[in-house]
Design a protein around this ligand. Structure first.
Ligand code: AKB
Length: 315
């Protein structure tokens, strides 16, 4: 077996994914890469290369240098940041994908993981229990890039036999790494502020319901879809994936069970419109049937775990 390359390893998902893959496959078999060096401890924890995901030659060189067989392409601009820089978001989110798809087509790598998102859905999509196959008219540049990417993944699989696998992540919540530039980021910030300030001002309104997932579940899903036999992966665009859904008011209530004096205020900004265009809950029965997906964390268990970890980090 060749090695594994993570592109965008210093981001919210990339950091956790790198750690887990190194535990499973050994640190020297998992190459972390990002456009710049991140946390020095993380960079020193195993092989690390500075790679610009937009530079085909740099990506190809690192693949050849380490005899890479599998690529996890985690570099992307998320929904809120992408709205501020649509041209760059489109460039990064699409061309980094083309680079790895073309390297797989040329048989330089064997398998690709590429993350999609609930952002592929739009205001005309059914909001509750959103099906795998449904109306998809995304209204954000991030959503448009993810929807287009899904079509290209399926195309490269059908026409060139590329083994590409993908998940439509909901909002992801983790204690160890901060998210960057998403609409669901409030659900991470709220825990930090609850502990540091005892209060939080939310940029979404109190009843904005969104699909969410704890990072432990998301990392497990990512590795499980990659480990599944190829014949079980029947969807080569991207799988709906679900664990829980909640509103800012509901997450605040669970925090109050641990920090009774916690208060929350609401000042919706431009991200409200993005959130309003997304599903409130997701039907992920295809992932459950095809490769046995099962989530472990709900809102209460996640809140307990988040607060425990963040409190002990602060000590
Ligand atoms: C975002 O908010 O942009 C991301 C996502 C749902 O893909 N967390």
């Amino acid at each position: 077996m060749g090695t594994i390359l993570i592109i965008g390893a210093c981001g919210q998902i990339g950091t956790e994914l790198t750690k887990k893959l190194r535990e499973l496959y050994g640190k020297d078999n998992v190459i972390a890469s990002d456009v710049r060096k991140g946390d020095p401890e993380f960079v020193a924890s195993g092989p690390f290369e500075v790679v610009n995901a937009l530079d085909f030659n740099q990506v190809e060189e690192v693949i050849e240098k380490y005899k890479v067989a599998e690529v996890y392409l985690m570099a992307a601009l998320l929904s809120a940041t992408a709205e501020k820089n649509p041209a760059f978001a489109w460039d990064l989110n699409m061309n980094s994908l083309f680079h790895v798809l073309n390297l797989a087509k040329a048989e330089k790598i064997k398998k690709i993981f590429w993350p999609s998102s609930i952002a592929v859905f739009g205001p005309t999509t059914p909001k509750q229990n959103t099906p795998q196959y449904t109306v998809m008219e995304p209204s954000t540049v991030y959503g448009i890039s993810k929807q287009s990417g899904e079509r290209w993944c399926e195309y490269y699989h059908n026409i060139y036999g590329v083994d590409v696998r993908s998940i439509r992540y909901p909002g992801l919540i983790s204690w160890s790494t901060l998210p960057g530039g998403g609409t669901t980021d409030y659900a991470v910030d709220i825990y930090h502020k609850a502990l540091s300030d005892g209060s939080y001002t939310c940029f979404l309104s109190e009843d904005t319901r969104l699909p969410m997932m704890y990072m432990d579940d998301a990392i497990r899903a990512t590795i499980e879809i990659m480990q599944a036999p190829a014949e079980n992966i029947k969807i080569r665009s991207s799988y709906n994936l679900s664990a829980m859904d909640f509103t800012p008011k509901e997450i605040a209530e669970t925090i109050k069970q641990h920090i009774p004096d916690f208060t929350i205020a609401y000042e919706p900004d431009f991200r409200q419109k993005i959130a309003d265009s997304w599903p409130q809950s997701i039907d992920d029965s295809h992932a459950r049937n095809d490769w046995n997906w099962q989530h472990q964390y709900g809102l209460d268990a996640m809140t307990t775990d988040m607060l425990e970890h963040l409190s002990s980090m602060a000590e």
